[in-house]
Write a protein that binds this ligand. Structure first.
Ligand code: GLV
Ligand code: MN
Ligand code: MN
Length: 413
């Protein structure tokens, strides 16, 4: 058991402080990417990074880095830690923030303990991980890893009609660095599980070995607006009803499949959206995920076939726009092993697992060996203000991160 640990009060205090930044008039945590409220969160993080004596760097897509370059580490590729501080609407306070603040905490702990790593350590807060305001999700890390051009990403139009590049300029986080300017030696992301597995099995640490594929699409169905009282059911081209059929199709199929496939329709709008008018248009999103790429492809194909049938049967027209598509990712076996060993050495129960959520690690894995550490989410709840992880579990996870980083930072190769 290691006798060196992170400063629990500092970490927990910061998680709570950041969790209060970006509350709306109803007390909901809404820190959407590149918004005014997210700027306040970024400013707070940057202030902590500076207080810790780290260099601050911001790249063109707004990713923020706190970089510790101890003497003698020169230009060696840094070990990178991090996650994101943007949130969904009415979010919990742990998703993303826990990983960013734990990364900073680990660095501050190492500095305070006089540990000198053999390479720099960078703590990243990636832009727009959530993808709520601008699609795709994990955008900052995707651009950083070269999977999306920076100009294309900056030109992305948000759900509120804004442009990401203009918003980053406006909030002062359109930085000068080229995304990818630091080639990580490895990337490790600590995160709450956001699902029920660890709690159900009374296990404290998840060594995340893979992450499922994600498919995001926007479907638009066009029918005819008409009078709700006078139009016989047989004479309708009801876009709303057609959309409802897609929801039940996806839901029933995922349940009947008895596989890990999950399907969600999370956004929907009708036009003209009036109580006594048959909807002429329904626009909605489809989030499909599966750890198996072939199965995910098959599910996408089944949806296409269903939409074709639907167009015929409901006499509507259907168009589909792809918003995001990420294949499943396998994390680095060596880092996963180090995580398991660190947990064991601290006497913490640990299991290997798959991430159901998307994470920046999924993108950075394209350019560097990467892996993730999970801690339990009470009730498996996330993307919800009820999201909760106990202080003890948060601290345990950060200590495992500390041990893994210490191990890595000693390597000379
Ligand atoms: C990110 O939070 C995602 O998995 O959608
Ligand atoms: Mn997250
Ligand atoms: Mn999230």
């Amino acid at each position: 058991m290691s006798n060196q640990s992170i400063n629990a009060n500092r970490l927990l205090g910061r998680i709570r402080e950041l969790g209060e930044i970006g509350r709306d008039g109803d007390g909901r945590l809404v820190r959407l990417a590149a918004s005014d409220s997210e700027k306040l969160g970024r400013d707070r993080f940057v202030a902590w990074v500076k207080d810790a004596g780290l260099d601050v760097a911001v790249d063109r897509i707004g990713n923020v880095f706190g970089i510790w370059r101890p003497e003698g580490t020169g230009d060696r590729p840094p070990l990178m830690l991090g996650s994101h501080i943007d949130t969904v609407v009415n979010a919990g306070m742990y998703d993303g923030c826990y990983g960013v603040l734990s990364g900073l905490e680990v660095v501050e702990t190492m500095k305070a303990q006089g540990f000198v790593p053999s390479r720099p350590i960078a703590v990243a807060a990636f832009t727009n991980e959530e993808g709520v305001r601008y699609a795709p999700d994990m955008m900052g890390s995707l651009v950083y890893a070269g999977g999306l051009g920076v100009e294309d990403a900056l030109a992305t139009m948000g759900t509120d009609g804004t442009t990401l590049g203009e918003e980053l300029e406006r909030i002062g986080y359109a930085g000068p660095e080229e995304p990818g300017f630091l080639q990580p030696h490895a990337y490790i992301e600590l995160h709450i599980e956001q699902g029920p597995v660890l709690e159900r099995e009374s296990i404290l640490i998840g060594a995340v070995e893979n992450l499922q594929g994600i498919s995001w699409q926007r479907v638009t169905i066009d029918g005819d607006a008409n009078h709700a009282g006078t139009t016989p059911m047989s004479m309708r081209r009801d876009a709303g009803h057609a959309a409802a059929r897609v929801i039940t199709f996806l839901h029933d199929r995922a349940i009947a499949s008895n596989t890990p496939t999950v399907a969600t329709v999370g956004c929907m709008s009708f036009e003209p959206n009036a109580i006594n008018v048959i909807p002429s248009r329904a626009a909605f999103t489809v989030d499909l995920r599966d750890p198996d790429e072939d199965r995910l492809k098959a599910e996408e194909a089944e949806l296409v076939a269903f939409l074709d049938r639907l167009a015929e049967e409901e006499q509507v027209s259907v168009s589909v726009e792809r918003l995001a598509r990420f294949e499943p990712v396998k994390f680095d076996a060596k880092i996963v092993g180090l995580i398991e060993k660190a947990a064991k050495d601290r006497g913490l129960t640990c299991r290997r697992m798959t991430s159901g959520a998307g994470h920046d690690a999924q993108m950075i894995a394209r350019i560097a060996p990467s892996a993730m550490i999970f801690v339990p989410s009470v009730g498996g709840i996330s993307h919800n203000p009820k999201e909760f992880t106990t202080d003890g579990d948060l601290v345990a996870g950060a200590n495992v991160l500390l041990d893994v980083v210490r191990q890595f930072a000693r390597e000379e190769e």
